[in-house]
Design a protein around this ligand. Structure first.
Ligand code: ATP
Ligand code: MG
Length: 214
């Protein structure tokens, strides 16, 4: 049995067409069910539904043979025991710095300056500001980052942006793009050896589906 870990929402929705193109039918209505283990049209392949940030953990420990995770999630995870063969090009967005309208960011990011940054992505934020020589106090949040600068918790946030609608609705401005984000197929390194006859063609087929989808 091969187990593929997905999170609900955009990753589930955008992975299903790739699976279909790779010859694996999944009943889309199944996404609305509360079951956490879902069958597919291939009796030897099942899906498990986990929190987006938990996908690398399930794959790392081999509880799932493969999974789909955002680059944002992978950068905050050690990546140990994981092989990342394919950028699927789905769930695209960017990781950016945003500040309240009127905050003079260009002046605030001078080398030697100090900034309070609220984010879910503390590793990426730490490296980004260290490279500029800016000292940061990182405040780890798990959601609703946009609120932090509005109530004085932080000067700026590091968050994912796609349309910018949430930033605009909260009078925040995107002042710097840190990187482009998309989701990757990740594979357990031990599974790739012990189940190579099943996994290699599957990874190749999903890779081809992703390539032709772009
Ligand atoms: P939760 O919403 O349950 O707190 P999450 O935010 O990690 O968890 P999703 O919102 O489903 O989960 O996001 C899953 C992945 O999709 C993220 O890790 C990221 O790679 C990508 N993503 C997040 N926000 C956006 C967005 N606005 N547009 C496109 N892709 C996004
Ligand atoms: Mg989310």
């Amino acid at each position: 049995m091969i187990t593929l870990a997905l999170s609900k929402g955009r990753i589930f929705d955008e992975t299903l067409p790739l699976l279909a193109a790779a010859g694996i039918a999944v009943d889309a209505s199944i996404g609305a069910s509360r079951k956490l283990i879902l069958p597919t049209g291939d009796p030897d392949l099942r899906l498990i539904i986990v929190r987006a940030s938990d996908v690398p953990t399930y794959v790392q420990y081999g509880a799932a043979d493969l999974g789909v995770a955002g680059k944002d999630v992978l950068l905050e995870h050690s990546g140990e025991g994981l092989y990342q063969p394919v950028d699927l090009g789905i769930a695209r967005c960017r990781m950016s710095v945003a500040v309240p309208a009127g905050f003079r960011y260009a002046e605030a990011v001078r080398p030697g300056a100090r900034l309070r940054i609220a984010t879910k992505y503390v590793q990426v934020a730490r490296e980004h500001f260290a490279a500029k020589g800016v000292h940061v106090d990182l405040i780890k949040l798990y959601g609703s980052m946009e609120l932090a600068p509005l109530v004085g918790l932080a000067d700026a946030i590091v968050d994912l942006v796609s349309t910018g609608g949430t930033l605009r609705a909260n009078n925040l401005v995107e002042v710097e793009e840190i990187m482009q984000i998309s989701s990757r197929l990740i594979v357990n390194q031990a599974s790739l050896k012990t189940k190579s006859a099943r996994l290699e063609p599957l990874v190749a087929a999903i890779g081809r589906a992703a390539g032709s989808a772009r």
